[in-house]
Ligand binder design. Structure first.
Ligand code: ATP
Ligand code: MG
Length: 344
């Protein structure tokens, strides 16, 4: 674990796209984790600012306002959570995403940068706001409103030379986004795979993509895919997670299925590998899957065996449920190792 890091925020490139109509600035932060040629983890996907109103007295009807004293803001989405977990554990981690100028002075962006994540590959859109979700939580359930115009056609960012240069310095690329429509993503993914990187993806719940006939071709470039049980069943049309894992293994090298409090499983060399999670007091399960991905990928890049990667993912996912937001309970590497030892 790094205890201190020096921040040196600097504009290192300014470019113009779309015939000069849209200008974009790419900002860089030099941290120990962002040293060149670190051969670590690159994560591509959507960044959200989550604004969460909870302990509501009741659900408002149209035309009404309800007030609450309970409010929290988080860097949201799979990209930020997975990156913060992997980086805090010690993986050199960079993110590639699009944000608006509005995010740069916020505590959430600062939190991301201070966790050691490099933002050199991020693009600032001068006109659009950062994608934002307002979440109203009531009685164990929640409703959400999202504005994410900035993430439309995000695949274009992946094909830009600035992003490609960033990715080239990494050993592994994780995609924390839906990759829909698959036809647009397929050539990009195949090209990236040919550079020798390993790839993984968490596509979340997106029936259009999960049930697409193009999914097997898309997944054939991936080392790992990280669906939860419902997503794995939707991808394969199977009724059990074991059958889903078996079928996914025809398309992706190692499917990893997240099973909530029951832990996780992977399928490798014809065998199911199932690892239990730890027992925790759950407060909010949002982002546990993304935290799992960060813990798993830390283990993978540290050269750990698959069983240990699953254990690491389980611990990070379980701890994420003990506090609100996926990135509020990230363990130190020492704590992670202690908890993993107890699982044997
Ligand atoms: N209640 C729990 N107790 C112990 N471990 C848990 C619990 N909930 C989640 N985990 C751990 O976190 C991992 C990911 O959780 P889950 O299966 O809910 O993923 P997910 O549905 O993708 O979550 P997300 O809402 O982030 O998309 C699980 O595989 C497990 O290891
Ligand atoms: Mg998930």
């Amino acid at each position: 674990m790094r205890k201190h890091w020096r921040q040196n925020v600097s504009v290192f490139a300014a470019s113009r796209f779309a015939g000069g109509r849209i200008s974009a600035i790419i900002w860089g932060v030099m941290t120990p984790a962002s040293a060149p040629n670190d051969r670590g983890l690159a994560i591509f996907g959507e960044f959200f600012l989550d604004l969460v109103f909870y302990d509501l007295p009741r659900v408002p009807r149209l035309g009404e306002e309800v007030k609450t004293a309970s409010f929290a803001r988080f860097p949201g989405g799979g990209l930020a959570t997975t990156a913060m977990v992997a980086s805090r554990l010690g993986t050199p981690t960079q993110i590639i995403t699009k944000v608006g100028r509005d995010i740069l002075s916020t505590p959430e962006w600062r939190k991301l940068v201070q966790s050691g994540v490099s933002i050199q590959g991020c693009e600032i859109d001068p006109k659009l706001p950062t994608a934002m979700t307002v979440c109203a939580a009531f009685d164990g359930d929640r409703m959400m409103i999202t504005c994410d115009k900035i993430n439309q056609k995000l695949e274009k960012l992946l094909s830009r030379s600035s992003a490609q240069n960033q990715i080239r310095s990494a050993k592994h690329l994780h995609l924390a986004c839906s990759m829909s429509p698959p036809d647009k993503w397929l050539p990009l993914i195949h090209k990236l795979r040919r550079t020798g990187l390993t790839l993984s993806a968490d596509m979340g719940w997106n029936p259009e993509l999960l049930e697409s006939p193009r999914l097997p071709s898309l997944l054939s470039s991936f080392e790992f895919v990280f669906p939860n049980a419902a997503e794995a069943k939707a991808m394969t049309g199977e009724q059990s997670v074991e059958a889903a894992a078996r079928k996914l293994a025809r398309w992706v090298r190692i499917p990893v299925i997240k099973l909530g409090h029951a832990g996780s499983l992977a399928f490798r060399e014809g065998k199911i590998l199932r690892i239990k999670s730890i027992t925790v007091r759950t407060v909010d399960a949002t982002g546990s899957g993304d935290a799992f991905n960060g813990g798993f990928l830390y283990g993978y890049l540290a050269g750990w065996p698959l069983e240990e990667c699953l254990r690491s993912g389980n611990v990070c996912g379980a701890l994420a449920t003990t506090r609100a937001g996926g990135s509020s309970a990230i363990p130190t590497l020492k704590r992670l190792r202690e908890l993993m030892k107890k699982m044997h």
